[in-house]
Design a protein around this ligand. Structure first.
Ligand SMILES: [Zn+2]
Length: 267
């Protein structure tokens, strides 16, 4: 029987970073891992953890688990390191620890592998000061009212997205990006121009940074759908754009503007 006492003690920072890696959701059931309990007036009362940190490869494998996972890939030789840990909701953790399948093991391993590849990208991108620039832009764009946005849309003929999309993007994503571009591209462009004229940002630097981030993801072998999603995750997390579609608006802008999905080698 596994003892709970001889595992690594995780600091609050370690737990927070593990939670961030899975975007606060259980990777097996998509259940939110944190519950925000609010006062009647809407202010935050407390945060309740609904998760436990699981070892992807078991810390104390049973004979059955040793057999089941023999020959399977390991993420690290140090089973009790963060590289082998992932947060799960309590029911999934219980099930995973008592009746895991090879498919689930491979699923979690694949997810964590991608997370580890991404973490170097996030560090790289996060350290560039890009974050402050994007926050400025996002604030101004999201403050525009419907009339301002609608008075300034792009013609469908001017869309560049489908020229750069490959099969890994998928038609629904392509249509979604195109719709965001048609409706938001001119407004975002205008905001960027205004901020640059006011000396608040440099568009060239911003574009170069986004391009650099795109190339870093591409180098890791992510396909277009994943790159779009990872960049959107970054906008959501770092720029604190609460809802996903708002973040997608910005990723879409950079697709149309050639920083994302264009290749330096293409004509
Ligand atoms: Zn779960």
């Amino acid at each position: 029987m596994a003892k709970q006492t001889d595992r690594k003690t995780l600091t609050p920072n370690m737990k927070a970073s593990l939670l961030m890696e899975v975007s606060g959701k259980c990777p097996l059931s998509r259940t939110p891992l944190i519950e925000r309990v609010k006062h009647e007036d809407g202010s935050l009362k407390k945060v309740v953890n609904q998760y436990e940190v699981a070892h992807i490869y078991p810390l104390h494998p049973t004979e059955i688990e040793v057999e089941l996972l023999s020959g399977e890939e390991l993420l690290t030789d140090d089973i009790d390191s963060l590289d082998n840990m992932i947060p799960l909701c309590k029911p999934c953790h219980k099930r995973y620890d008592t009746q895991k399948t090879v498919a689930e093991y491979r699923g979690l391993l694949g997810m964590k592998k991608e997370i580890l590849k991404l973490s170097s990208f996030v560090r790289l991108w996060g350290g560039q000061g890009l974050y402050e620039d994007v926050v400025l832009v996002a604030k101004k764009v999201l403050a525009l009212d419907e009339g301002e946005i609608k008075s300034n849309v792009l013609s469908y003929k001017a869309l560049e997205v489908s020229k750069k999309a490959d099969k890994t993007l998928g038609l629904p994503s392509l249509f979604k990006i195109e719709a965001f571009v048609v409706n938001y591209y001119p407004s975002i462009k205008k905001v960027l121009r205004e901020l640059e004229e006011a000396g608040d940002i440099s568009c060239d630097v911003l574009y170069a940074q986004v391009k650099f981030a795109y190339l870093a993801l591409k180098k890791e072998g992510f396909d277009q759908d994943k790159i779009f999603n990872h960049m959107t995750d970054w906008f959501m997390g770092s720029v604190a754009l609460g809802d996903r579609s708002k973040a997608e608006v910005f990723t879409s802008y950079f697709v149309q503007n050639c920083e994302v999905f264009s290749d330096t080698n293409s004509k």
